[in-house]
Design a protein around this ligand. Structure first.
Ligand code: AMP
Ligand code: GLY
Length: 414
């Protein structure tokens, strides 16, 4: 029987923990640092996701067979590299391979070199050069801060004024810390998330999901980490999926091997279905949040076996249920900007659906909000419409004055 450590503390890690609990070969699941909800499903240990030394120490001292690394910050801190150097098994990319997410420009270079469909782009660190380029391109202009910005470092500028302000913000005012941007052409179409487990040249595709990045109904408001998701995604036909698998995920996996940075972990394609077929909006080097919470419940086969297969580079078959899952994020008012924490959440005991904790904290018997995204309620059904109805009915039972949520998750597929 196996012992597993999951590094992370959000809804994605809660879903990974729950999936691991279903594995017949997993005896114990630890989570560092976890959260109030994860504590009901795993043994939480008070180690931060970037605390590399203590993670390696914990794994050694507790006989952990496999560590699954969730958040981008942990990957960028080199958790996987340090575990491997100490002779431990880790599911997740090395810091070098995780650059496919942490550097937009690196991702763009890989795509250009290996013929992976994506928007045309230029990278800049000089404001005047960037502004000169942008004002001679059609609108909207897509301006991306080149670094980790938790899904918030992207501006789709509809006017030149807005584009100039974004460039100023990212290149002159250093809001994010370092000044380099990628400017790319605007792509039009519905977006979807194609997560695949990758191990060198091997690709093990997961079920499709669609995220909802904007804060408010009707895709209005600022970009967030994601306000809700569902799976499956009917508009992604088998044919489109096959193209995405071949032209996007497989070419990228092969390209990473050719570049000497083989990828192991979840390669997350943030894709858009344009009139010319699927193209890449972004890559992530990890499970998506909130997509994971609607995808992993559909996995019928053993997730430990899949993780281990990727680490060992062997084949693995996965099996998926036909059920639909639709999840809605309950977020703190003000998110993705500033928000307050510490409001009491009541009524969860009456909820008859999976609830993933994204940012919660216990205070004695009380459950409190402790983050921007707080909870995700996932409805299940035979169809997306049924799953949506289930999610809505259960959300109505949750009582917290500072939480808001979108009411149109899954609209494109209802
Ligand atoms: P990213 O962080 O790169 O995923 O971008 C966040 C969001 O900005 C995406 O989910 C899209 O909605 C939007 N976006 C990014 N790049 C483009 C693009 N080239 N064309 C259209 N929309 C984009
Ligand atoms: N939901 C998008 C992400 O995980 O980046």
């Amino acid at each position: 029987m196996k012992k597993v450590l999951v590094v992370g503390g959000g809804g994605r890690c809660h879903a990974i923990v729950k999936a691991l609990r279903r594995s017949p070969q997993v005896e114990k699941v630890f989570c560092a640092p976890g959260n109030a909800g994860i504590a009901e499903d795993a043994d939480c240990v008070a180690i931060g996701v970037e605390d590399v030394d203590n993670i390696v120490k914990f794994v050694g001292e507790n006989g952990i067979d496999l560590t699954v690394v969730g958040p981008e910050a942990a990957l960028a801190a080199g958790v996987v590299d340090a575990l491997e150097a100490a002779g431990h098994k880790a599911f997740g990319p090395t810091k070098a391979a995780a650059r496919i997410e942490s550097s937009k420009e690196f991702a763009k270079q890989i795509m250009a070199k290996y013929n992976v469909p994506t928007a045309a782009y230029e990278a800049f660190d000089d404001f005047n050069a960037a502004w000169e380029y942008v004002k001679n391109r059609p609108l909207p202009a897509v301006i991306k801060y080149d670094g980790l910005a938790a899904g918030k470092g992207v501006v789709v500028a509809l006017s030149y004024e807005e584009a100039e302000a974004a460039l100023r913000d990212m290149l002159l005012d250093s809001t994010f810390g370092k000044g380099r941007v990628v400017v790319e052409d605007f792509l039009d179409g519905p977006e979807f998330s194609f997560m695949c487990v990758v191990s060198g040249h091997k690709v093990y595709p997961l079920a499709m999901a669609q995220d909802h990045k904007r804060a408010y109904d009707g895709d209005k408001g600022p970009n967030t980490g994601g306000m809700g998701a569902y799976s499956p995604v009917p508009f992604v036909t088998d044919e489109i999926r096959a193209i995405a698998l071949e032209q996007i995920i497989q070419r990228t996996a092969d390209g990473m091997v050719a570049e000497g940075v083989p990828f192991k972990g979840v390669l997350y394609g943030g894709l858009i279905l344009t009139a010319d077929g699927p193209k890449v909006i972004e890559f992530n080097a990890r499970f998506g949040d909130p997509e994971t919470e609607v995808v992993l419940p559909r996995l019928e086969s053993d997730i430990y076996d899949l993780f281990e297969a990727a680490v060992d580079g062997r084949d693995c078959e996965t099996r998926w249920s036909d059920d639909a899952y639709l999840g809605v994020v309950l977020a703190s008012e003000g998110y993705p900007g500033s928000y307050s924490k510490g409001a009491e959440i009541k009524g969860l005991e009456n909820v008859n659906a999976e609830v993933y904790h994204m940012g919660t904290k216990r205070d004695g018997d009380r459950l409190l909000t402790a983050g921007g995204r707080v909870l995700m309620v996932v409805g299940k059904g035979k169809t997306i419409t049924e799953a949506n109805e289930a999610a809505k009915a259960e959300i109505a039972k949750i009582d917290c004055p500072t939480l808001f949520h979108r009411t149109d998750i899954g609209k494109a597929s209802l």
